[in-house]
Design a protein around this ligand. Structure first.
Ligand code: MG
Length: 389
């Protein structure tokens, strides 16, 4: 005779957090919750659900076709915003697990950290900020908040993704416009959570390192150019200790791995020291600490600064990168001017959303959502008379 299986009885993940997390880690039970209250899920914690909502969002998928440094067409294997985001999430989770932090929250913060970036990298952000100068400006962190609070429309019960307060806070804490109203409400919390500080540090070490690899891959620089970069050279020496001979295909990725490993190890060591020195035991003590606690030690900080100076000079200001940046910026400027002049050219969904006084913000929302290639196609559709409409 058939018997029904026993109903699935999920283990209590909230209790598991108590077992595995350090005392200064953020717990789901401590969360300020969501703007629109929801019933708990049977087997996913609050922050796991945040992570899943971010991964399933349209804005997340569009990161695939958004520039990190090199525009999408450069080649098919350099980083895009999406692969950068995934690298940041991996590195962040490794660090979080080592420090006993909340890995689910860390992952959600990492996956959300660049959601608000427009097409064409920093140049795109600058262009939209110029366009919006008299209308509140544009900045990717604040736009990320708009996306997750208003612009995604996948759920019947609430606008946006209804993420937890802590993930929203991590996006707001990153903003340079601390006076902006959508940011100000989160700043009373004090210092960012360690989980958010980890993502910040992982973001910085990830892009410094992979921008070198992508620049080499795209032929913007050669390995010889890196001879004067001490960080790179010392990583090469470390690699040579284990590999006297390395094929050209393995050389750069092996040095890049060594650089990431060095930075993560150094960051763990110095972060642990700071937590110990400041006798940090609780989330409240992180909130009220005088400074951020996650970050590299002084030696790596100096080496990293010199690498960043090299990247600025030789990569970000390389004429090929500047041409992409100038062109991307021009496309966004021209699209903005045209949609502002003739809003009836906007897709219906955006046209409907224009409230009195919000024309520019609506145009900006439309432009900021575009991927590199969509912006280029849209530019062609509007300014070239004989392409498809
Ligand atoms: Mg980033």
């Amino acid at each position: 005779m058939d018997t029904d299986p026993a109903p699935y009885d999920p283990p209590d993940w909230l209790d598991r957090e108590e077992e595995v997390l350090a005392s200064y880690a953020m717990r789901t039970r401590q969360s300020r919750g969501r703007r629109h209250p929801e019933a708990a899920h049977a087997f996913r914690t609050l922050y796991q659900r945040d992570r899943d909502r971010i991964v399933h969002s349209t804005a997340f998928r569009r990161l695939m076709y958004k520039t990190q440094v090199l525009v999408a067409q450069t080649n098919d294997h350099h980083r895009t915003r999406l692969t950068h985001t995934l690298e940041v999430a991996q590195i962040s989770r490794t660090i979080a697990r080592q420090l006993g932090l909340n890995e689910d929250l860390t992952e959600a913060v990492a996956l959300a950290h660049d959601l608000g970036h427009p097409a064409f990298g920093h140049a795109g952000e600058q262009a939209l900020d110029d366009c919006m100068r008299d209308h509140g400006g544009f900045e990717h962190n604040r736009h990320g908040l708009r996306i997750v609070d208003h612009l995604e429309y996948r759920y019947a019960d609430f606008p946006g993704l209804n993420l937890s307060w802590e993930v929203l806070e991590s996006m707001a804490q990153h903003s340079k416009r601390r006076d902006a109203p959508e940011v100000a409400e989160f700043l009373s919390a004090g210092q960012p959570l360690l989980e958010a500080q980890v993502v910040d540090a992982a973001d910085s070490l990830a892009y410094d390192t992979h921008d070198v690899e992508d620049a080499l891959g795209a032929g913007l620089i050669t390995p010889e150019d890196l001879r004067d970069v001490e960080f790179w050279q010392r990583a090469v020496e470390r690699v040579r200790e284990h590999h006297a001979v390395l094929g050209p295909e393995q050389f750069v990725p092996t040095v890049v791995r060594a650089l990431i490993n060095w930075q993560v190890t150094d960051l763990l060591e110095h972060t642990r020291q700071r937590l110990h020195q400041h006798r940090i035991r609780t989330v409240d003590e992180i909130r009220s600490a005088a400074a951020m606690l996650v970050g590299p030690g002084p030696e790596v900080l100096a080496l990293k600064a010199a690498l960043e100076e090299f990247l600025r000079r030789r990569v970000y200001h390389h004429h090929r990168v500047l041409r992409m940046a100038v062109k991307g910026g021009r496309i966004l400027h021209e699209l903005f001017a045209e949609f502002r002049r003739a809003p009836q050219l906007l897709p219906e969904r955006y046209l409907r959303r224009i409230l009195p006084g919000f024309l520019e913000r609506t145009v900006c929302d439309y432009l900021a959502g575009m991927t590199d290639r969509y912006a280029q196609d849209e530019h062609l559709r509007l300014f070239q008379p004989f392409t498809t409409v």
